[in-house]
Design a protein around this ligand. Structure first.
Ligand code: B3K
Ligand code: ZN
Length: 875
């Protein structure tokens, strides 16, 4: 397999101005006619360069140049390309190919999902539909004619505007779509099938009417309202916050059941994983509702950040993905609670992206090379990329950042550009030198900030010394210092925020400010400080770094109760919890009696008693760090000891605070029938967390409470809140609830996914056996990515203690499934490899076992490029 390097980028030798496609659609055999207007883009003084069109899994039927059949010796075809040896300066190429959508289990290109046909072209799926220069810097105007059987395929959709439609002989019909915007091939989309839709109209800020349509299978028609409302909110938000208006007359969203990722931003025709569209009050959780709003927003925001301005090449992926993640995070923050959203985003960054950055698959936000680009739709490119954009906003301030966005749109609309162009627009608008900042794009690894301080009572000066370092990552042994915004404040012993005046400044400038780190070590001296302060550091998580400062328990208590920054308040509690659980883990490893200190229980007691706090925020505060995050803190991960230690804290809290937890849970009990937008999601979260602690305490009373909640719940959040606890309880109620849940929801894919997931997440020792049995369940289907994620993904990525069973059964199970998936869907197979990439973090015995499985995978004949790259790099 070949490695592609960023440094080898060359402008395309040929450009395509227009693409006319005609599809004769059928699941078994689809005919594609392509008519391309091509012109040369290179110096031809030494003759014409060959034109290489990408193509995979295609059967070539005919090839014409300017209307004349191309002679057999004027072109070459192999399984990855079609090459015209010496084409003229400008010409029309007509290519006829045949494809088999129904056999396409990779779900890239044109494929069948249930009763419909749909496409997924990003990153390189268009080449599985027809021969083309399948790269984002070749942008063309597309006109698409779809023909299909009218009875089985009444709906025919493509990008842009519908310009014609009508009937054809033999019960067939056609539709013609034209997209006036130039676009790269990865944004092409087609959908055909027996679909229904719901619609509404949106009036843009300049007064244009846009028709919004959500397409689904008939049985899901009553589950689209939330997606449609979310879309309207996203459109309004982008106008208000970024001045961006939608540009076509229609915006369509189609929900499909078989989809490799969350959704796809195809111009004017988004294709969505149905889990990010469908919701009904009975069957969707509060988290589902939030996730739908977020993904609908994300794909909509791509219209400006991704579609109008796209990437020059795939190394620039974060240009659109990091920026759009940042935009969707801000959108969600404005729609819900900003602090709670920020905490959730930081938690996922820390447990998944920090781990990626610390392992063999670490890569910069802008990678230098890849074997398979689909492997780089990563936490780093997306979420660290989002943090990089956020840091720009923090460094420039909101106003200059917005000016930078405007400048970027103004300069580059209609172009395919690099990250450099984006950062240059920011530098120009903010009048800042951002050359050092670019290292965030090109250096991998999570920087560590080590902070020390020095207080001088005699002069009233307080000095912070910040040293940054960054561990080596593959191919990058040494790192240069990053340009890092460190947002901070200082508290006195009563928790008052101190005015911040740096030595040399005439006056204090507020009580929160952004220090800029550029050198390896930087010092900042504050004047007029009357007593030794407690530093509040990395407010709002102002940079994706690890922070080290020797806080005392007293400092942390002060920050937790008094800091003005909600992130710092939450973080202070987490630092305490990490300290505690890591201490207990050590005791357990040493075979000593581990005990949860009284002070920890007392601080939980105080928190539970305080009803002034936002319920969702309180739930976050009372949630212990995840086992995966705790694992990151250990030199050699001991999944069993971590699990025991964390469970010890949970059960102690449950037993010691039984009445407090019961009281808070009762206070959160519903007073009116459930509505998804009743503003009580925080209450439900807190209530279910209390139930989890009660269940951790053990005993029939808790089980009864769980069953009662399960039986009486009028919404999925509460029903699952109870079921999740019962699945980890060795009691007869477990199977009773699981069976009743299945009977009640069989046939609803989204809910049955949850049924699989919760069984895979069970903390009970028999989980591996259960998971193996579920593989044989009639509803399990390796060809459906959501189902694979719900069982194989949940078990291997969400159940650390059972997956890492020292006997190695979890490892064998995962490798078996990866090998089966390799033949079906390489992208999904590769995604499942993540847990193995962390093998070096474990003890020698587990290392050996995981390594063996990786070697077994690599030895498989016919390994897909996706799987090969990750397995090879992991070893
Ligand atoms: N741009 C798509 C992701 C495509 C992934 C291809 N393997 C969805 C998104 O980020 O919005
Ligand atoms: Zn995206």
């Amino acid at each position: 397999h070949q490695t592609i390097h960023q440094k080898d980028y060359k402008v395309p030798d040929y450009l395509v101005d227009t693409v006319e496609l005609t599809f004769d659609l059928s699941p078994e055999d689809t005919r594609v006619l392509s008519r391309l207007a091509i012109r040369s883009n290179h110096d031809r003084s030494n003759g014409a360069s060959p034109l290489v069109l990408d193509g995979e899994e295609l059967t070539l039927v005919s090839l014409k140049l300017d209307g004349v059949e191309v002679k057999r010796d004027a072109y070459r075809v192999d399984d990855a390309s079609l090459t015209l040896l010496a084409p003229p300066e400008s010409f029309v190429l007509e290519v006829e190919t045949r494809i088999k959508p129904k056999e396409n289990s990779a779900l890239s290109g044109l494929y069948a999902s249930g009763p419909m046909l749909c496409t997924q072209c990003e990153a390189e799926g268009f080449r599985r539909i027809t021969y083309f220069t399948d790269r984002p810097d070749v942008m063309a105007v597309y006109t698409v004619t779809l023909r299909a059987d009218k009875a089985s395929c009444p709906v025919l959709l493509a990008n842009g505007n519908l310009v014609d439609r009508g009937d054809l002989p033999d019960g067939r019909h056609f539709a013609v779509w034209h997209d006036p915007f130039k676009k790269p091939s990865y944004l092409f989309a087609v959908v055909a099938g027996d679909l229904v839709h719901i619609a509404d109209r949106f009036t843009t800020m300049s007064g244009r009417a846009v028709q919004l349509e959500i397409y689904v299978e008939e049985r899901n028609k009553d589950k689209c309202e939330h997606a449609l409302r979310s879309l309207m909110r996203a459109m309004r938000w982008d106008e208000e916050k970024f001045g961006r208006e939608y540009d076509l007359d229609t915006y369509m969203v189609v929900a499909v059941d078989d989809f490799n990722m969350g959704a796809m931003e195809n111009k004017g025709l988004n294709v969505f994983n149905s889990r990010y569209v469908l919701a009904s009050p009975e069957s969707a959780t509060d988290d589902d509702y939030e996730a739908i709003e977020e993904v609908i927003g994300h794909e909509y925001f791509h219209n400006w950040t991704g579609n109008r301005i796209t990437c020059r090449d795939w190394f620039q992926l974060s240009l659109k993905e990091g920026l759009t993640i940042f935009r969707d995070q801000e959108f969600s923050a404005d729609m819900q609670s900003r602090p709670v959203k920020r905490i959730a985003d930081v938690k996922s960054l820390r447990s998944a992206q920090f781990a990626e950055d610390a392992g063999p698959l670490a890569h910069p936000v802008r990678p230098e090379s890849y074997v398979e680009i689909n492997n780089f739709y990563s936490m780093t490119v997306y979420h660290k990329g989002g943090e990089v954009i956020r840091m720009l906003q923090t460094l420039l301030g909101r106003e200059a950042f917005r000016a930078g966005m405007d400048l970027y749109f103004e300069r580059h609309d209609g172009q395919a550009v690099r990250v450099d162009e984006f950062v240059q627009a920011m530098a120009d608008a903010g009048k800042r030198d951002l050359s050092q900042f670019m290292l965030w794009y090109d250096q991998a690894g999570t920087p560590v900030l080590t902070v020390s301080d020095d207080y001088r009572p005699e002069s009233g000066s307080y000095t912070l010394t910040v040293t940054q370092s960054c561990p080596s990552t593959p191919g990058q042994p040494e790192k240069k210092p990053f340009h890092i915004p460190l947002a901070m404040g200082l508290l006195d012993r009563d928790g008052n925020e101190l005015p911040l005046q740096l030595a040399g400044e005439a006056a204090a400038a507020g009580t929160s400010r952004v220090l800029e780190l550029r050198g390896e070590t930087e010092t900042f001296t504050f004047a007029g400080i009357k007593e030794r302060p407690v530093p509040s550091l990395l407010r709002n998580f102002s940079a994706p770094v690890k922070l080290q400062y020797p806080y005392s328990d007293e400092d942390l208590n002060l920050l937790m109760t008094r800091d003005s920054d909600p992130f710092v308040r939450w973080e202070a509690g987490q630092v305490q919890a990490v300290k505690l659980i890591m201490g207990l883990t050590g005791e357990i490893q040493a075979g000593r009696q581990a005990q949860v200190p009284e002070s920890f229980i007392e601080s939980f007691r105080r928190l539970l008693a305080d009803d002034s706090q936002d319920r969702a925020f309180l739930a976050e505060t009372l949630t212990l760090p995840a086992e995966s995050y705790l694992a990151e803190q250990m030199a050699v991960i001991d999944p069993d000891a971590i699990h025991q230690a964390r469970e010890l804290v949970r059960s102690t809290v449950g037993r010691r605070l039984w009445s407090e937890l019961t009281a808070v849970r009762a206070a959160c009990a519903p007073k009116a029938p459930y509505r998804p937008d009743d503003g009580l999601a925080g209450c439900r979260r807190l209530k279910n967390l209390c139930l989890a602690y009660l269940m951790a305490a053990g005993g029939q009373e808790a089980i009864d409470a769980c069953m009662a909640q399960y039986r009486s719940a009028d919404n999925m959040t509460d029903s699952l809140g109870a079921l999740a606890q019962l699945t980890s309880c060795a009691c007869p109620e477990r199977d009773e609830a699981l069976a009743s849940f299945y009977d009640c929801w069989r046939g609803d894919r989204g809910v049955i996914d949850k049924w699989f997931t919760h069984q895979a997440l069970s903390r009970l020792p028999d989980t591996m056996d259960r998971v193996l049995a579920l593989l044989e369940h009639p509803d399990f289907d390796l060809r459906n990515p959501n189902r694979v994620r719900s069982l194989v993904g949940a078990f291997s990525q969400g159940n650390q203690v059972r997956f890492h069973d020292a006997g190695g059964r979890g490892y064998r199970f995962l490798a078996d499934q990866i090998l089966r998936l390799n033949a079906i869907n390489p992208q999904i197979a590769a995604r499942m490899l993540t847990p193995f990439s962390r093998w070096r973090r474990y003890d020698a015995h587990r290392q050996e076992l995981m390594k063996k499985e990786l070697e077994r995978i690599l030895a498989e004949p016919g390994l897909a490029r996706d799987v090969y790259e990750l397995a090879a790099k992991s070893l």
